[in-house]
Design a protein around this ligand. Structure first.
Ligand code: HEM
Length: 233
């Protein structure tokens, strides 16, 4: 028998879906700013492996010569990004949702087992609560990355006013590189995250939109606890 199980509180769903376009626009406006001085590349000795970013990439996205526009968007949206992040972290702390998110001392071992399972190299996955351990590590890391982006962003936005912070982060150049690396991290997270969502299927995706997942229960268990048609977390 199938039953509806409550999975994601309304607040979490709002914070999640508000964050998505804001972060997307922050990355886009960040790219408009980065274009004006684009020094980063991956190079081994004299061999250039990759330049952030090739000319065709900038041309294709219509990035060139939009520095002022990029800065205006970036510095306006940073307030919303920060506010949404603070409210999200505050909510998870007050509601106790953080317990389902933050990894524990078994998480790193279990995350490895989850990865082997996802790669088809292990038959069973370790038991999980709301999220598996790989998710707990990834979701907690992304929150820390968000805090890192705000701090490194402030350090390069107002290096004189936040001189102490800029120094703590290794100076202006280092803070700018850290800010950039965190952004690349979001893009990589996003690709894996969406890939995993597609893999997990419609029911899982519907959960983060509607809050509920459909669960298939063995007949006898449902007979024993018929009152649990809708279960709160
Ligand atoms: C097309 C874009 C996205 C889709 C389809 C998507 C989908 C999902 C789904 C289905 C879940 C629930 C996973 C589960 O129940 O097992 C989830 C949770 C989560 N996603 Fe996304 N997501 C997207 C973008 C993002 C972005 C851009 C970020 C942050 C950079 C993000 C961060 C998170 C976090 C932190 C959670 C856990 C939320 C919590 O319970 O507190 N997602 N996402």
């Amino acid at each position: 028998m199938k039953r509806l199980v409550h999975k994601h509180p309304l607040a979490i769903r709002w914070f999640h879906w508000v964050n998505f376009p804001i972060l997307g626009l922050m990355i886009w406006s960040g790219l408009l700013i980065y274009w004006a001085y684009a020094p980063y590349k991956i190079q081994i000795g004299d061999v250039l492996l990759f330049k952030f970013f090739p000319a065709w990439f900038y041309q294709g996205l219509n990035v060139p010569r939009r520095l002022a526009e990029g800065m205006a968007w970036h510095f306006a949206l940073m307030w919303l990004f920060t506010l949404n992040g603070v409210l999200y972290v505050g909510y998870t702390l007050i509601s106790g949702q953080w317990r389902l998110l933050v990894p524990d001392r078994h998480s790193f071992k279990n995350a490895w087992l989850v990865t082997l399972h996802d790669l088809g190299l292990r038959k069973t996955a370790p038991p999980q609560r709301k999220y598996n351990d790989a998710q707990r590590i990834a979701y907690s890391a992304i929150i820390l990355m968000g805090i890192g982006s705000v701090l490194t962003g402030l350090a390069i936005y107002k290096p004189t006013q936040f001189a102490g912070l800029t120094t703590l982060l290794g100076g202006y150049e280092a803070a700018r590189l850290e800010h950039f690396i965190l952004t690349i991290g979001y893009v990589l997270f996003f690709l894996v995250h969406v890939g995993q969502v597609v893999r997990a299927g419609w029911n899982n995706f519907r959960g983060i939109v509607t809050g509920f997942e459909v669960k298939q229960e063995p007949e006898n268990e449902v007979d024993e606890v018929p009152q649990k048609t809708i279960q709160q977390p």
